[in-house]
Every structure is written in C-alpha cells, then in structure tokens.
Ligand binder design. Sequence first.
Ligand code: AMP
Length: 199
Amino acid sequence: MVCLLLLGPPGAGKGTQGQLVASRLSIPPISTGDTFRAHVAAGTPLGLSARGYLEAGDLVPDAVTCAMLSERLTEPDTAAGFLLDGFPRTTAQAEALQGILAERGHELTRVIELQVGAAELVERLSARRVVIDGQSLQRSDDTPDTIRHRLEVYQRETVPLSDWYGSLGLLSRVDASGDVDEVTARILDSFSRNGAGVD
Ligand code: AMP
C-alpha cells in the first residue's frame, strides 16, 4: 500500500509530476483541483457550490473537500494505494486525512514537497495552458491577481503542513525547477531512498 502526497505551491508541477509518478508506481493520481473542475464543468450541485471559490482562488471549505476526498478513497482503484495532489491544503484537512487513513488501517508512506522559486512559479502559471474540450486555454484562475492570491493562500494555509509532516519524519523536499523528467527522477529517487521501494 503506497499512500503518497505531493505538497507544493500552485505552479510547482504537482499535476504533471503527480500523473508521471503515479503511473510509474501503478497507483491512481487523485487531484482535488481536477475533481472540482470536473464538477464545475458538469454543473453538478458540488460544482455549483465550489465554482466561486475556484474562480477567486480561495479554498473550498474543508467539510466539502474532505467529504469529496473521503468518498473518492472508497473507490476500488485505491486499494493498492494512491497519490494525492492538492490535498491536504489546511491543517484541518491533514487531520481529517490521518483519520480517514487510520479508519482503513493505512498510513502515509511519504510526503513530497515540490520546491520552486517564486519568480519561476509566477512565470509558469502565467504561461500555463490547459486543454479543455480540445482547445488550449488559460485556466480562469491563472490570471495575475488570482495567481497572487493563490500563492498567499498557500503561504498562509498550506506551508504549516510541511513543518508538521517534517516533524513526523515523513517529508522529503525536492527541487522541482527545470526539466520535467529530471524532476520525476528526483521524486522517485527521494521516495526510494526513504525505504519505500519503487520497483
Ligand atoms: P489546483 O488545481 O490544485 O490548483 O486547485 C484549484 C482550486 O481548486 C484551488 O484554488 C481551490 O479553489 C480548489 N481546491 C483544490 N484542492 C483543494 C483543497 N484541498 N482544499 C480546498 N480547495 C481546493
């Protein structure tokens, strides 16, 4: 059972690296951001209530986010493990995750924090394009003001988690600047160096 968590600011490459690392480990990548965007696009009740938060770059309330994640972790594809991208983002979410895992007799294998300098983050987010309905578009929350706000929210709400996971001896910090494949190799390397075999 491999329970992996990717921490890092918006633009650090959690989505890209999450997919690559999860595929290498044959576990599903679970992105709360992608799940919210899918609900918004489909116009579900969850999407309607989450939409305003996403557009503003604010966090969706913990209760909504934790309920969604907890439900996702009951799906059979998570039986051998999973990689979380974008969850937890607050102390309350981290505590909820410990509870969800403990209930199932699991524990976190490793938390990987992707580190990228502030200037590179803003540059990456401003240049980022995503494919929506076959079209290459800018995410509605990748505008300069919203990017600034998301980085502030990250500093305030999520940065304390890295110290917390560090104090539990679970954290590996990885330099996430530069070439995508090199970053993937660094992540897999830090993961296997900490006794959680990759192969
Ligand atoms: P991301 O794709 O991870 O950058 O997430 C995009 C947006 O989805 C965030 O700015 C939040 O509005 C929402 N979101 C994603 N994950 C969470 C989370 N764990 N807690 C609260 N809101 C979240």
